[in-house]
Design a binder for this molecule. Structure first.
Ligand SMILES: [Zn+2]
Length: 341
């Protein structure tokens, strides 16, 4: 939205920044500018025909935009994993073909652009998007955002100019959480620690957000994975691995691994004897029992965290998720469980 303001501002400041005061700037800020179109991954709605699907996706996008207008810190709680579907790219293409309504240019913001990958549900979406990216209408600017630019399709990366938006400091995130979400300083700092300098991530990790949504499910899946990895019984491990075998999209598997990283960070706090520093204080008791039973050491957790990161990187490539998972479980056991003599 900051870049959209820069592009559409009627009266840019001498230093090149948007004025923040003009009509265009205000409209962008309120997410009401008719020439700024914000797209983001959405869950697939049920629809009988491609045309119906396209309509329903656009309705869902508007509903989500409305929620973001009402609450700029709104965190969507989808009950299915969101993705980019062909219908959405068609909607985007269609809007790109329309003349600007207010200014002289149109801006499209494509959020979480790393989700623009060919997947089973929409093999054509990524290709159609590439075509648009290659030859956008002359009055159109496409802005792609990603917190994981390494995961962007190479064909997308080669067609864009990178603009890096730096992470915020931990103190800034903590201050934000205390101010906007009324968190106690200690809790805010704990959450800021795992937010990696991104307020969006911190908001998604708020214990209250997405109660029944995807995040909660991912957290639950990751919990089972952690218990399986530290279990003494090989049969338990196998059963857990089978139960959570990654079935769906790559994005879902990556998200599960991210949830696992959060568990490991809390496990680290407990293993280091500082359970009060866990981001999810409710789960400290469970982690304490894991640390006791498996005799987990902080060094082991450190290498487990790295291992999950490696698995995450591998999942971005073409490696079979089930192979990655089997390998990861073995590795986590080595890292976390002390060998009894
Ligand atoms: Zn302005």
């Amino acid at each position: 939205m900051w870049l959209a303001q820069l592009i559409l501002c009627d009266d840019p400041r001498a230093d090149g920044e948007a004025c923040g005061e003009c009509r265009a700037c205000k409209f962008v800020e309120r997410l009401e500018h008719p020439d700024v179109n914000w797209f983001f991954p959405l869950p697939r709605p049920d629809a009988s025909t491609p045309e119906k699907l396209r309509e329903k996706l656009e309705e869902a996008r508007w509903a989500e935009l409305l929620a973001r207008r009402t609450d700029p810190f709104h965190v969507p709680a989808f009950d299915k994993a969101p993705a980019y579907f062909m219908g959405m790219v068609q909607n985007l293409q269609r809007l790109a073909g329309v003349r600007p309504a207010m200014g002289t240019r149109k801006v499209f913001v494509v959020g979480d652009a790393e989700a623009m990958v060919p997947q089973e549900s929409s093999p054509e979406a990524a290709n159609a998007f590439l075509k648009l990216l290659e030859e956008p209408p002359a009055d159109t600017t496409l802005i792609l955002t990603s917190s994981n630019p390494g995961a962007l399709l190479p064909t997308i990366r080669s067609r864009v100019l990178p603009v890096r938006v730096l992470r915020l400091s931990q103190a800034e995130v903590a201050e934000f959480l205390a101010r906007e979400k009324g968190m106690k300083p200690a809790e805010a700092e704990g959450l800021a620690q795992v937010s990696e300098g991104a307020i969006g991530r911190a908001l998604r990790l708020l214990p209250t957000s997405g109660g029944s949504g995807v995040l909660q499910k991912q957290r639950e899946t990751a919990r089972r994975l952690l218990i399986a990895a530290t279990s003494q019984s090989p049969a338990d491990r196998l059963a857990a691995a089978n139960a959570i075998a990654p079935s769906g999209a790559r994005g879902e598997f990556s998200a599960g691994l991210q949830a696992l990283s959060l568990w490991l960070r809390d496990l680290m706090a407990v293993a280091a004897g500082a359970p009060e520093h866990t981001a999810y204080t409710d789960d400290a008791a469970l982690l304490t029992s894991i640390v006791k039973k498996a005799r987990v050491r902080p060094e082991g957790v450190a290498s487990a965290i790295l291992r999950v990161q490696e698995a995450h990187d591998m999942a971005q490539g073409n490696v079979n998720p089930q192979l990655i998972l089997a390998d990861l479980l073995r590795g986590l056991r080595e890292d976390l469980v002390a060998v009894s003599s």
